[in-house]
Write a protein that binds this ligand. Sequence first.
Ligand SMILES: [Zn+2]
Ligand SMILES: [Zn+2]
Length: 134
Amino acid sequence: MIEGGCNCGAIRYKIDAKPVVVAQCHCKNCQRQSGSAFSINLMVPVAAVTTSGELTTYTDTDTASGNPVYRRFCGTCGSPIFSDLSQGNGMTIVKVGTLDEPGKFAPAVAVWTSTAWPWVKLPEGVKGFERNPR
Ligand SMILES: [Zn+2]
Ligand SMILES: [Zn+2]
């Protein structure tokens, strides 16, 4: 079981599945949302996620594909928790920084390296994609 939550404790979640992939995302939207160089995202089946607490949703329509991304965060402390894609195929994205044990989940791929900051170097063995891989 993978567990995590927000800064204030209003949101807690459990994931009863192995992650499908762990990816760094260097897109502008993730940079703005995280206030940092990139986000680290865990992709898991949405059916495996149990959440307690009330998430606030921002519908992000400023996306390269034109498909909205539903960015879910704690309305009290602002911690970003999940991103749901409108065409997510039953998957959801979890922000690795909100896991109780985030260090266990090293990224395998990096996406949107075309907008990565100049000083950012990918970890050894991480495969980079200029945009989203198909
Ligand atoms: Zn919170
Ligand atoms: Zn992104």
